[in-house]
Design a protein around this ligand. Structure first.
Ligand code: AMP
Length: 178
């Protein structure tokens, strides 16, 4: 079980960077947690506890900070790791899902043959804000015919209501809520 203390400990290691990447944004910097061996371990422990008994076949990490947590979680769960990448990065045949940004659109891609239909998948990213990215990640996984069991985040900015963008049936898990 993860205690309140481990949540507070990890929270204490997250650095707020004002006006990054643009004015008005408070960027939640997780590099200051990653460099702390206990902080990184507590995050992985939290995520592993949530999914250890859920028969997860694949962890799908969202580029790029989702790769850091997602790959270690996959290893810990004995699951496969699948990267969800920005366009033009994956060498094989891909599926794509676009989503709205404040200005314009962005796209995530997955290898067409990365996940078999019916498999159980957890999506991982560092942070849930408006939910546009994670919502698109769910749709991308659905294109493969697989099931999205949960979307998991280290940080959730609850005022931005990203949780509401997650499709029905997808559990939203976050370690630290602001
Ligand atoms: P969204 O699609 O709005 O939920 O945004 C989530 C994505 O943007 C994640 O991949 C985050 O890494 C990044 N992101 C959004 N807001 C922040 C923030 N305040 N601090 C750090 N990363 C952020």
């Amino acid at each position: 079980m993860t205690t309140i203390n481990s949540v507070d400990f990890v929270k204490s290691k997250i650095r707020d960077v004002l006006d990054f990447p643009v004015k008005g944004i408070v960027f939640k910097d997780i590099t200051t947690v990653l460099r702390d061996k206990d902080g990184f371990k507590e995050i992985i422990k939290f995520l592993k506890d949530k999914f250890a008994d859920k028969n997860i076949d694949y962890v799908a990490g969202i580029e790029s900070r989702g790769f850091i947590f997602g790959s270690v979680l996959a290893y810990e769960l004995g699951a496969g790791f699948v990267p969800l990448r920005k366009p033009g990065k994956l060498p094989g045949e891909t599926l794509s899902q676009s989503y709205e940004l404040e200005y314009g659109t962005d796209t995530l891609q997955i290898h067409k043959d990365a996940i078999e239909a019916g498999k159980r998948v957890v999506i991982v990213d560092d942070l849930l804000a408006t939910g546009g990215t994670a919502g698109a990640a769910c749709k991308l996984i659905y294109q493969t015919g697989a099931e999205v069991v949960a979307a998991a985040f280290v940080i959730e900015l609850q005022d931005l209501k990203g949780r509401e963008k997650m499709p029905e049936g997808v559990e939203t898990v976050s370690m630290i809520v602001y």
